[in-house]
Design a protein around this ligand. Structure first.
Ligand SMILES: [Zn+2]
Length: 290
């Protein structure tokens, strides 16, 4: 069995005690590759450091839409990331310099860096027009890096369906030239179709397993299996059964429950679905094949 977790944050400080156990569990459940998603300066650094140590990891470099106005800010409770020295503090306060730094990192680590993001719009946690403006600027910076390095773009969209669709439409020519994933997709069929029409992929994770996610399962039923990639977003969004079993944090080892859900929803044998999802991840992230 070969499964790819295309999106997790295993550098999260909460994994400190259990990190090696989590890597073992992942291996034992058939996870061969994982993409660590950097969301700020320290987590991008942590991701690269962990990838240098463990061959299971590839890296996506980004600036999370919730962090676009937090450059250079250190919050001890969030930023004690695994894989970095605990005395390290963010140094880059300026947006232009931050994206120059990501550009340099991608040039320096062409085989490890397979994507940029997560980027996009988040109107769920905080709402303001200045934040939205900054998120748009950063989204564009990520897109430019993907075009330059021919890497995959990872989109985050929460409470911002219209903004994301508008951005896709306005930059359609650019999106057609790259691979991209709408990560943790929870929108409607129109948004899924717009993504697929531009050649993008739909990221499906733990949310698909929740009893209340009937709308999402309807979309999964209607879109081609070839356009779905699996992801955990660990430590967040633990699948339903794992939650019932009292898992404190999500883990790549729980991805089997997501694959099971996709197979059941599409009424296809799990074995075939798993094989296709593996292919999809390699197509969505060509860097994984290296
Ligand atoms: Zn994420």
């Amino acid at each position: 069995m070969t499964i790819i977790d295309t999106h997790n944050h295993l550098y999260f400080p909460g994994f400190k005690e259990t990190f090696h156990q989590i890597l073992n569990d992942a291996k034992n459940t058939g996870i061969t590759q994982q993409i660590l998603i950097g969301i700020d300066e320290l987590s991008c650094q942590a991701s690269l450091n962990l990838a240098a140590e463990h061959s299971t990891f590839k890296v996506s470099l980004g600036l999370h839409p919730c962090d676009v106005d937090q450059l250079g800010v250190y919050q001890a409770e969030h930023h004690q990331y695994l894989g970095i020295n605990s005395t390290l503090r963010p140094k880059i306060y300026n947006r232009t310099l931050y994206f120059q730094w990501l550009d340099e990192l991608a040039t320096k680590h062409p085989d490890t860096v397979v994507a940029f993001g997560e980027t996009g719009f988040d109107q769920f946690h905080r709402q303001s027009s200045s934040l939205l403006k900054l998120q748009t600027l950063c989204f564009k910076e990520h897109l430019a890096l993907c075009l330059k390095h021919q890497k995959t773009l990872i989109i985050h969209s929460r409470g911002a369906k219209e903004e994301t669709l508008e951005f896709l439409k306005e930059n359609a020519e650019e999106f057609k030239q790259i691979n991209f994933v709408w990560h943790c997709f929870t929108e409607d069929l129109e948004a899924a179709q717009a993504t697929i029409d531009l050649g993008g992929y739909i990221g499906v994770g733990g949310v698909s397993t929740y009893p209340k996610s009937e709308t999402l399962r309807d979309i999964i039923r209607q879109i081609p299996l070839e356009k779905i990639v699996t992801e955990t977003d660990a430590p967040y969004l633990t699948p339903h059964q794992a939650r019932k079993n009292k898992a404190k944090l999500n883990s790549p080892a729980f991805l089997g429950e997501v694959i099971e859900t996709i197979a059941k929803t599409k009424e296809l044998p799990r074995k075939n679905v798993e094989a296709q999802l593996f292919k999809n991840a390699q197509q969505a992230f060509p860097g994984l094949a290296i």
